[in-house]
Design a protein around this ligand. Structure first.
Ligand code: SAM
Ligand code: SF4
Ligand code: SF4
Length: 379
């Protein structure tokens, strides 16, 4: 089937400057949005560039030589990222995920991780720092990342079949190098490692069972495979519902070969539904996860915020407008930490986003017209 792509809307200019309240209340970690959801998880995009051109994320025809990525001066510096991350911890954030684009392309990323690893929650706990990567540079960098303070990694891999994978990443990148990255991450103790497979019906759904078999039988249970429904993030990927394979069918297909049983969720706000293999060949509990972002919305528990490469705060993966925190960081007025923290608090308190619940409704359709690209705000 021919791939479609749709021209990009440049969201980098659509943003609002957050209001800095006159009297900044001290954050107490009890912040809640309009639907009572706390703020726990901050995803930080460290670059909008990527060395892959996955058609569902950065189609080659759109992200081509003419595409203007952000110049370095527009990116948040490591100091700015660390300052914001610290302010977010005051509001209850406990988990940081570095993403992109491809985060391992950001020069000196280990230094940022070192700085973030020094942060503490108000209770004195270190943050859970993780990273999502296409693993193209992971074999080379795993040891340095772990030494810098990274706790875990999530690797994206959409197929074991080399031809299918090369076609999906669209830059002819081989599966073997991703597997070498996973091995290196296991070897330095960045486990449990999650491997995310985006399932696109008619493109890689024949890879579901081979992927399940491979990760069940290798890495001694240290790698957990998760299947993600192909989502309508951004507008450039030309998404269509008939290309989504519902997670229920993923589970059915695996269950027919390797019987599965439902496992309890481990934490509130967890995006993956967990399934364990009934017959654990090696005696250890092995499992898979499915993330049903399209067929079973989980907005009710969504405690995630996203910080774009240039410092805009997005309250939903499907948002069309960000809140420009960089403009506060770089303002000549020299806003204090208390003022910026209060501004972030106000933004979160106004949050009403729940795009996946509204998908298909009139309100959802209106929001869908101008969504931001995932490579810009990160997954
Ligand atoms: N480049 C890194 C990578 O691929 O892991 C990090 C950024 S990428 C945007 C983060 C995650 O988003 C990846 O696991 C990717 O597969 C997923 N993703 C991107 N576009 C998607 C889509 N349309 N539907 C579902 N997942 C998507
Ligand atoms: Fe790059 Fe990740 Fe997007 Fe693929 S999914 S194009 S690897 S940012
Ligand atoms: Fe969270 Fe938005 Fe996804 Fe709902 S659609 S789960 S609010 S990111």
């Amino acid at each position: 089937m021919a791939e479609r792509s749709i021209p990009l809307i440049d969201h980098r200019h659509h943003s609002a400057r957050p209001t800095v309240p006159a009297h900044a209340a001290v954050p107490d970690g009890l912040l809640a949005d309009r639907r009572g959801r706390p703020l726990r998880d901050l995803r930080i995009s460290v670059t909008d560039r990527c060395n892959f051109r996955c058609s569902y994320c950065m189609p080659k025809e759109v992200f081509d030589k003419q595409h203007r990525f952000l110049p370095h001066s527009e990116l948040l510096s490591f100091e700015e990222i660390t300052r914001l991350a610290r302010l977010f911890t005051l509001h209850g954030v406990k988990k940081l995920r570095l993403t992109g684009g491809e985060p391992l392309l950001r020069k000196g990323l280990e230094q940022l991780i070192e700085q973030l690893a020094e942060l503490r929650t108000p209770d004195g706990e270190p943050l859970d720092i993780t990273l999502t990567t296409n693993a193209s540079l992971l074999a080379r960098k795993a040891a340095a990342l772990q030494a810098a303070g990274l706790k875990r990694v999530t690797v994206s891999l959409d197929a074991l079949d080399d031809a299918v994978f090369r076609r999906m990443n669209d830059v002819d990148f081989p599966v073997a190098d991703v597997l070498a990255g996973i091995e290196a991450a296991v070897a330095v103790g960045l486990a449990p490692i999650k491997v995310n497979m985006v399932v696109k019906r008619g493109v890689n759904d024949q890879e579901i069972v081979p992927m399940a078999r491979f990760f069940r039988d290798n890495f001694a249970g240290k790698v957990v495979l998760r299947f993600i429904e192909y989502m309508d993030v951004g507008i450039t990927n030309g998404w269509r519902m008939d290309e989504v394979l519902p997670s229920a069918q993923v589970v059915e297909r695996i269950h027919a070969v390797f019987p599965l049983r439902a496992l309890d969720p481990t934490q509130i706000g967890e995006t993956a539904e967990r399934w364990g293999y009934v017959d654990n060949a090696a005696g250890e509990q092995r499992e898979i996860g499915v993330i049903s972002s399209v067929t079973n919305a989980f907005c009710g528990d969504c405690n995630r915020a996203r910080l774009s490469t240039e410092g805009k705060l997005y309250l939903c993966l499907f948002a069309s407008r960000g809140h420009d925190l960089r403009s506060l960081l770089r303002d000549a007025a020299g806003y204090t930490d208390a003022q910026i923290a209060a501004a972030i608090g106000l933004v979160w308190q106004g949050r009403d986003d729940r795009y996946s619940e509204l998908r298909g409704s009139a309100a959802g359709e209106a929001a869908a017209a101008a969504k931001v690209e995932m490579s810009y705000i990160g997954g």
